[in-house]
Design a protein around this ligand. Structure first.
Ligand code: SAH
Ligand code: SF4
Length: 375
């Protein structure tokens, strides 16, 4: 059985041609699957009966199964998807404004409605950022294209049913579990489908990949599928960043910033978003803010401060409100656009960095860490 959610449009076209079909059928099938949310070939009524029968026999539209579905008091909704043998990944829907009242595209900066879906790319994560609950759990495997796009496919279907209008998801952020650029091919194929006018038709500006800074993959993304880019900075110097974002030892700050500037030559926006999680007493002093202002001065950017979301045994604390305010003011006085991310859905553990899903670690890292701690 071929899962058709694994294909972008050129791949679906090739597959249908290999089955003896005309290339234009691919757009019809794509439209049914992704725009109508139809998973049953028998219902795709404008396809020739012979094609429908062929599809029923050889293909399927299969998103991962839902294990849990929770809605927060603030409207945030989280799904836990079953991705096999004890594993689960999470997807979060974050609505702002009222659907149906005002076109989200009319004014880019103040949409009256925005529905953001935060999508996972891996089961766990191998990069071991110390403040991240996904990173603490170890790594199991990459998600397939069908498992990545299946999160969007399922969410759109469910949200339409729940009355969120014809276009419930206006923005996608690859900020769920996993490092998207460490699962490059599958992630970019899923991005193709998000952007395709015959599928979800999202603009490049409304699809954001967040990376902890895998430099060669940032260059590849710029060539292959330049969507909006967010980079998890979290520290203003290499010594501190080595400790909290260990991939920094491989791709240190100056290399990372140079890659950001190269990316901007291809990007759909004229800035990079730098994410900076505020860890009490670790990276949140006025000296850190001044150092950060100096560090990024040659890289067109916006700064997004993320309040740390605690999880059990994280060993970190949330920055105090006054520390966050002072930090932000120093950056603003230096001329930067700074936003502080609102924490949403924390009553259902759906806030940034709280996505734990269910990861059966295959790297043995969790064990090693326990031994290290015990020693
Ligand atoms: N792997 C990618 C994308 C997933 S994480 C990356 O690291 O960028 C999305 C964002 O949430 C990242 O900026 C990440 O550093 C941040 N994050 C991780 N743990 C967090 C926590 N406990 N509280 C707040 N933000 C966190
Ligand atoms: Fe992985 Fe991102 Fe978490 Fe780091 S912050 S461990 S890269 S998911």
């Amino acid at each position: 059985m071929q899962n058709l959610l694994d294909f972008n449009l050129p791949q679906l076209t090739d597959w249908l041609v290999s089955q003896g079909e005309k290339p234009f059928r691919a757009k019809q099938v794509f439209h049914w699957m992704h725009q109508r949310g139809e998973g049953d070939f028998a219902q795709m009524t404008d396809l020739a009966k012979s094609l429908r029968e062929k599809l029923v026999k050889h293909a399927e539209v299969r998103a991962p199964q839902v294990k849990a579905d929770k809605t927060s008091a603030d409207g945030t909704r989280k799904w836990l998807f079953d991705v096999g043998v004890g594993n689960g990944v999470e997807t979060v829907f974050i609505p702002e404004g009222t659907p149906g009242c005002g076109d989200a595209d009319a004014d880019e900066d103040s949409p009256r409605y925005r529905g953001t879906l935060c999508i996972s790319s891996q089961v766990g994560c191998a990069l071991e950022c110390t403040f991240c609950s996904t990173g603490r759990q170890g790594f199991n495997r990459n998600l397939t294209v069908a498992e990545i796009i299946g999160q969007l496919w399922h969410a759109v279907r469910e949200l339409k049913k729940a009355g969120w209008g014809a276009r419930p998801v206006t923005n996608v952020v690859m900020m769920g579990m996993g490092e998207p650029l460490a699962n490059f091919e599958n992630v970019v194929t899923a991005l193709d489908i998000m952007l395709d006018d015959h599928a979800y038709g999202l603009s490049r500006r409304r699809v954001t990949v967040s990376t902890s800074g895998i430099v060669p993959a940032m260059d590849r993304l710029a060539e292959r599928c330049p969507v909006a880019l967010a980079v998890s900075l979290h520290a203003p110097d290499d010594a501190l960043r080595d400790r909290i974002v260990p991939i920094n030892k491989k791709y240190p700050l100056q290399e990372l910033l140079a890659a950001c500037r190269r990316y901007l030559e291809h990007a759909p926006r004229d800035f990079i978003t730098f994410e900076y999680v505020m860890l009490a007493g670790v990276n949140d002093t006025p000296a850190h803010a001044r150092q950060l202002a100096e560090l990024v001065k040659d890289t067109p950017c916006k700064l997004n401060l993320i309040p740390f979301n605690p999880f059990p045994d994280s060993g970190y604390g949330k920055s105090r409100a006054d520390a966050q305010r002072t930090f932000r003011e120093i950056l603003q006085q230096a001329g930067y656009v700074v936003t502080t991310r609102k924490t949403r859905g924390d009553d259902i553990d759906a806030a940034c960095g709280q996505l734990a899903g269910q990861v059966a670690d295959r790297t043995g890292r969790v064990l090693k860490r326990m031994e290290r701690n015990a020693a």
